[in-house]
Design a protein around this ligand. Structure first.
Ligand code: URA
Ligand code: SF4
Length: 269
């Protein structure tokens, strides 16, 4: 193709992307692992065509399944250089879980373990989170999708900077658009503040009725914080029960499983 032709082709693609804004929400029950290996970005599969963080996904003119749309985001994230966090990453961590989740769980950003393997919440905090989910009848492959505010690890596990969160947020917004969870569980201050546009601490925010674009949002403490301070456990249990009792979820989550106070304890480490 000559350069003029390429230019027109690219322009048509852009127009098409614009017109096709939005995804088909057929919510097939397949589980996806949207993590993509980015160890050495040069070896990673590149997306056919990147629509940019705020654009739609999928080959021109065709509707895409939620899985394909999530996969496209994972590939874009793997190649992303929109903020300085890309420099230190070994693997980007796009998130993983069910393609039609009841609950989307949103943390802050990958830690060392997650950066090593490209999957969210696989370290100690993640194992603890698995127990919280099990306590309300969820697990990471059915019923929920686990994501983060930033997809690349902040050095030394520091909080993501506001500009890093802002740069990465369009990916999460697209994921939420595709997944359309019935409810959102935010873990910790950063995820709650960013999604709800609030500035209070998590101690203030938890317990209040919040939402993200019409989706009920339940904030709770970050599992790492609860591992450090076990006094927070009963608050987490209350928050999980509030999540379970949301009208949009009524009857769909399992009853309190192992680890709940009904079994004589909080979802404890
Ligand atoms: N902490 C987070 O906030 N996210 C992860 O994926 C792991 C730890
Ligand atoms: Fe891109 Fe997000 Fe990674 Fe920054 S943190 S480089 S915006 S994927």
């Amino acid at each position: 193709m000559g350069s003029r032709e390429t230019e027109i082709y690219n322009l048509l693609n852009l127009v098409e992307d614009f017109l096709l804004d939005g995804f088909r929400h057929d919510h097939s029950p397949l589980a996806v692992n949207a993590a993509v290996d980015t160890a050495g970005d040069r070896d990673s599969p590149q997306p056919e065509r990147s629509a940019g963080p705020a654009g739609p996904a999928g080959p021109a003119g065709r509707e895409v399944s939620p899985q394909q749309a999530l996969q496209t985001i994972a590939e874009e994230v793997a190649a992303c250089t929109r903020c300085p966090l890309h420099r230190g990453r070994r693997h980007a961590v796009p998130g993983e879980g069910a393609a039609a989740p009841l609950v989307m769980v949103i943390g802050e950003g990958p830690g060392a373990e997650e950066d090593r393997c490209g999957r969210p919440f696989v370290g100690r905090a993640g194992q603890y989170l698995d127990r919280w989910l099990a306590a309300i009848g969820l697990d990471r492959t059915s019923g929920c999708f686990i994501g983060n505010i930033v997809k690349c690890r902040p050095p030394g596990n520091r909080d993501p900077l506001p500009e890093e969160s802002a740069a990465c947020l369009p990916y999460l917004e697209r994921q939420i658009d595709i997944l359309r969870p019935r409810a959102i569980l935010t873990l910790g201050r950063i995820a709650t503040q960013i999604l709800c546009n609030r500035s209070e601490g998590i101690g203030k925010l938890r317990g209040s009725e919040l939402e993200y674009r019409g989706i009920p949002l339940v904030p709770t403490y970050h599992p790492s914080a609860v591992l450090r301070n076990t006094d927070l456990r009963s608050a987490v249990w209350q928050d999980l029960k509030r999540l379970q009792a949301l009208p949009v979820l009524a009857g769909r989550l399992g009853g309190p499983g192992q680890g709940g106070p009904e079994q004589g304890g909080d979802p404890s480490p």
